[in-house]
Design a protein around this ligand. Structure first.
Ligand SMILES: [Zn+2]
Length: 144
């Protein structure tokens, strides 16, 4: 069960990374001809407020930077999430908190009412097991 979760997370991380790299690549293709312009703006040769910049070029520059930024942000966020789901399994929880061995309880406050909700990632089918008393996330499982 655990190795299935590991492989599932690893393949999702690969898909997310490749998917985002396509968009980052498109953004780089868009921004590449504008790099001299970007350099001029950064060193102050072009005054943005003075109307010296072509508005189409400015929009292209802003959009491509946004494109690269959002794709990079999502790629990092989703990979961090999936790494967490990959690592923090039921087995991991049981071996990390031996004091909760007898009954499955919260490591933080000791509450035994552990409830579940769908994990934050929209692309994985993980379930988050958390404590309703203190809000601590205990572990993640694959499926229901
Ligand atoms: Zn708790």
């Amino acid at each position: 069960m655990s190795s299935q979760n590991y492989a599932y997370c690893a393949s999702l991380k690969l898909y997310v990374t490749l998917f985002c790299l396509v968009f980052i690549g498109l953004g780089v293709i868009q921004i590449y001809p504008l790099l001299p312009l970007l350099r001029q703006i950064l060193v102050g040769e072009i005054d943005l407020a003075g109307g010296q910049i072509d508005s189409i070029e400015a929009i292209r520059l802003i959009c491509s930077m946004g494109f690269i930024g959002i794709a990079t942000y999502y790629m990092i966020l989703e990979n961090l999430r999936l790494s967490k789901y990959q690592r923090r399994t039921y087995q991991w929880y049981r071996s990390s908190y031996p004091e909760t061995q007898k009954n499955l309880t919260c490591y933080s406050c000791g509450d035994a009412r552990i409830i579940t909700r769908p994990a934050a990632s929209a692309i994985s089918r993980h379930t988050e097991h958390f404590c309703p008393q203190c809000g601590a996330t205990l572990f993640f499982s694959l499926g229901e």
